[in-house]
Design a protein around this ligand. Structure first.
Ligand code: BMA
Length: 322
């Protein structure tokens, strides 16, 4: 049986989510040429796990690499970058890629990522084996980031969250919902969430973006999302949770006023970009209700945090600012 990456909540810990004691699980220099490995996505695969990893190299180029793990904690990452096969040479021309998410739908794993095409937009590809990757059309026009596919069709269409942005270190950002019959043509765009009013929930008052693939629950889609506060020393990235309507996911049922994780440990507060916790993947073990969240720390290393589904749903409702 596939082991689930997990550690019990420490006795002295009262928070809904807690960190793995051996964080970071992926050091910045795991690959011979890596500057940093963070904001990465993992999924169950075979008897273990597979993933797509953001590895910035020592030229500080942003690249994507496949990786494999038996236990979800110790990872082997392919030192070669992913090569995406694409029928269209222009779309398939690699410029840069970062912040991947991976979603299993029907019979294959879809990868979405922030793809350089005259600025950042949402790249889409699929794989069955994490060796051969087939790239499709970019989902949207630039500028866009944080494209996250739902793990099943909703009302018979593929569904994606995204965050229209600008070409730089965007100082704004709302989450939107879009649908597609074929993963090529996207439309029926709906607004999901804006940043929160400063007085209500300052950690998410400048911009927000979807994190891991939403988890389907009886209470709605559980979405972990990051939020940004602009301090006198720069941006601070924390993350919280929301519940979205199952059939109309642009309707927000609840949204945490408190963060679940904010940069507090040394590896979250120190690195190439200080004060960043940026979740891109979550594993959910339905029989036990355990959730493991993978998040980038200070744009440098990868960490793991844990919670129970019931606790996070209760927390989302009890602290809701909707
Ligand atoms: C965002 C993205 C993320 C990064 C974050 C903090 O705009 O570039 O990859 O983690 O900024 O630097």
């Amino acid at each position: 049986m596939r082991p689930f990456p997990w550690q019990e909540r420490p006795a002295n810990c009262k928070s809904v989510m807690w960190r793995y004691s051996e964080n970071p699980i992926i050091p910045r220099d795991l690959l011979p040429d890596s500057n940093s490995i963070f904001n990465s996505a993992v999924v169950p695969f075979g008897d273990g796990y597979a993933g797509v990893f953001r590895c910035d190299d020592q030229n500080r180029r942003m690249t994507l690499h496949a990786g494999f793990s038996n236990d979800g904690i110790r990872w082997e990452i392919n030192p070669d970058t992913i090569h995406f096969d694409c029928n269209d040479a222009e779309v398939g021309e690699w410029v840069y890629g970062y912040d991947p998410r991976v979603t299993f739908i029907d019979d294959r794993y879809y990868v979405t990522w922030c793809n350089g095409y005259h600025g950042p937009t949402i790249g889409v590809a699929w794989t069955t084996d994490f060796k051969t990757f087939h790239q499709l059309e970019n989902a949207f026009l630039p500028f866009n980031r944080n494209g996250v596919l739902f793990p099943r069709k909703i009302n018979e269409r593929f569904a994606m969250l995204s965050r229209p942005s600008d070409n730089g270190h965007t100082a704004f950002g709302d989450i939107f919902y879009s649908e597609s019959p074929d993963l090529e043509f996207w439309g029926r765009h709906r607004h999901v969430m804006a940043p929160a009013p400063f007085e209500l929930s300052a950690w998410q008052c400048m911009k927000i973006g979807a994190g891991p693939v939403p988890i389907e629950t009886k209470e709605g889609w559980l979405l972990f999302y990051h939020g940004v506060l602009r301090s006198c020393n720069g941006y601070v990235y924390a993350f919280g949770s929301a519940l979205l309507d199952l059939e109309q996911p642009w309707k927000v049922l609840a949204r945490s006023g408190k963060y679940l994780i904010s940069p507090q440990t040394i590896y979250e507060c120190t690195g190439d970009v200080p004060n960043v916790t940026f979740p891109c993947a979550a594993l959910y073990d339905e029989p036990t209700g355990r959730i493991a969240v993978y998040y980038g720390c200070a744009d440098t290393v990868t960490g793991l945090a844990f919670c129970h589904l019931d606790d996070v749903i209760r927390f989302t409702k009890e602290t809701s600012i909707v």
